[in-house]
Design a protein around this ligand. Structure first.
Ligand SMILES: Cc1cc2nc3c(=O)[nH]c(=O)nc-3n(C[C@H](O)[C@H](O)[C@H](O)COP(=O)(O)OP(=O)(O)OC[C@H]3O[C@@H](n4cnc5c(N)ncnc54)[C@H](O)[C@@H]3O)c2cc1C
Length: 458
């Protein structure tokens, strides 16, 4: 039997979308979603579900969409996932649910992410919410941070009847979903709507509250029955090379926070200025690098280069992001590594010295190990450099709670139940892993909620 091809997703034309920050995918219509859902083979053993860290009932949800039962499909997806419209848009499905779909072998797996985004968007258009009314159990839990790990932990505990308060350092909730991932991948009306669900079910979100600074951790320990720490991994890594402090050199975190959280792309109607030159070099090839490069393009840069010491095939970025970046004219320079940054007498960056690399053996993760080829150095002219080399756990909180045990690289240490060395204090998300994915952080938040509930009831 011939395999029916995936229903294609309509998208903004690349020439048009590099002039705006609007969503690149235009979403499925109801007819398209039903047609895509009908391609599902409804396997007896749905392998797709084994690829989902929050264990969604993927097969049944798709079946409901195929039967045009969108309300039921939405409510079932919401059972295990507080933010299906967001994960439908940003999960690396090719490594998770879609990667396990039996149709993946044909190159045409079911477009699970886009189907889930469709059904969540349909619910939003129809002002449908999961109307859970929790039965209060009298327990109080404080959650530090409001990213995906915290969101999931908060919703699960609230549904169990706990009084949950989230303390978020920034002036907006959502963690990376709000300050990192650009609106053309994750529109902010989608973020706002899905976050409004938390308040609707009674989660208290306190903004501008930096635990360890203006909120005392010792006070939290006294006032709450348990604490969950999901402070993320927002501290940038640096090359520590010559010229890194020149003007025009950014960490990806600063660049993306300015653009996304502080809305620099709306300058001057928003107050945040941003310098983005004509020739931009982005170091790295993960999602953060793709987001930085694509934002730079939208801010008007003529040439944007991804500078990567391996090849695209080894890149940690989602396949869709690489594909979209290439469509938008981002130029990939592979097998090169940065040595130093060059500047002019006014202190502005003017170029970057790169060295060619070759593969020799593999590293701990099994990826080919790039080594520099001596004598192959060359200079690229650039007027902006964005450093997207990866991040480490946020130190601000950790430095204020010295009794909390961490690994040498900064990740919080926990036991099998996600409890830290401080009784009643649990932790999760990127603060443990040093950086992973939205859905991994959510799966982590779910497991921690289960452990916290057991701890509260023991
Ligand atoms: C630019 C970018 C793009 C990405 N793209 C993708 C993608 O496409 N798909 C994907 O699956 N993953 C992606 N990721 C990774 C993913 O976003 C993270 O793995 C995930 O957000 C981790 O969730 P978290 O809840 O652990 O932490 P975070 O989302 O980092 O949230 C932590 C929160 O804690 C707050 N906080 C920190 N310290 C304190 C304190 N002392 N007091 C109070 N609050 C505090 C921070 O302000 C922040 O809001 C991306 C990451 C980045 C940076």
């Amino acid at each position: 039997m011939a395999i029916q091809e995936r229903i294609p997703m309509r998208e903004q034309d690349p020439e048009v979308r590099i002039t705006n920050f609007l969503s690149v995918p235009l979403g499925y219509s109801a007819e398209e979603a039903v047609a895509e859902a009908k391609r599902c083979l409804q396997c007896k053993v749905p392998l797709c579900e084994t690829g989902c860290p929050v264990r969604m009932d993927i097969k049944d949800i798709i079946n409901l969409i195929a039967d045009e039962k969108f309300e039921e499909a939405f409510l079932l997806s919401k059972k295990d996932n507080a933010v299906p419209a967001m994960t439908g848009r940003v999960c690396p499905q090719e490594d998770q649910c879609e990667g396990k779909c039996v149709l993946d072998k044909t190159g045409q797996p079911i477009n699970i992410g886009k189907l889930f985004a469709f059904v969540a968007d349909w619910a939003r258009d129809n002002e449908l919410m999961d109307e859970t009314t929790p039965q209060e159990n009298g327990k109080k839990v404080a959650i530090v941070g409001s990213g995906p790990a915290s969101i999931t932990c908060a919703v699960d505990l609230r549904k169990l009847g706990c009084h949950v308060t989230i303390f978020e350092a920034l002036h907006m909730a959502g963690g990376v979903l709000q300050y990192g991932i650009p609106a053309f991948r994750l529109p902010r009306d989608v973020v706002d709507y899905e976050l409004s669900y938390l308040e609707k079910i009674g989660v208290d979100i306190q903004l501008n509250q930096v635990v360890g600074q203006n909120v005392d951790f010792e006070e939290l320990k006294k006032d709450y029955d348990a604490i969950y720490l999901a402070t993320g991994a927002g501290a940038p890594r640096f090359l520590n090379c010559e010229g890194e402090k020149l003007k025009g050199v950014y960490s990806a975190n600063e660049f993306l926070i300015r653009v996304n959280l502080m809305k620099a792309y709306k300058f001057p109607s928003w107050d945040t200025p941003i310098f983005c030159g004509n020739k931009v070099g982005v170091i790295g090839c993960g999602n953060v690098a793709m987001d930085s490069a694509r934002c730079a393009k939208r801010l008007g840069a003529k040439e944007v280069y991804i500078l990567y010491r391996r090849t695209k095939q080894c890149a940690p970025a989602r396949a869709e992001e690489i594909h979209h970046a290439e469509e938008e004219g981002i130029i990939f320079k592979e097998m090169i590594s940065p040595c130093r940054m060059l500047g002019n007498e006014d202190g502005w960056v003017t170029g970057i010295e790169m060295v060619k690399t070759e593969f020799k053996g593999t590293d701990k993760s099994g990826r080919p190990r790039p080594v520099n080829i001596e004598g192959s150095e060359f200079i690229m002219e650039v007027d902006t450099i964005i450093n997207a080399l990866g991040t480490t756990p946020n130190r601000l909180f950790l430095s204020n709670v010295p009794e909390l045990e961490t690994h040498s690289w900064g990740g919080i240490k926990v036991d099998d139940n996600f409890m830290t060395n401080i009784p009643g204090v649990f932790a999760g998300g990127d603060a443990l892993s040093g950086g992973s994915t939205v859905i991994e952080a959510m799966g982590n938040g779910r497991d921690a909620a289960e452990s916290i509930n057991k701890y509260l009831n023991k």
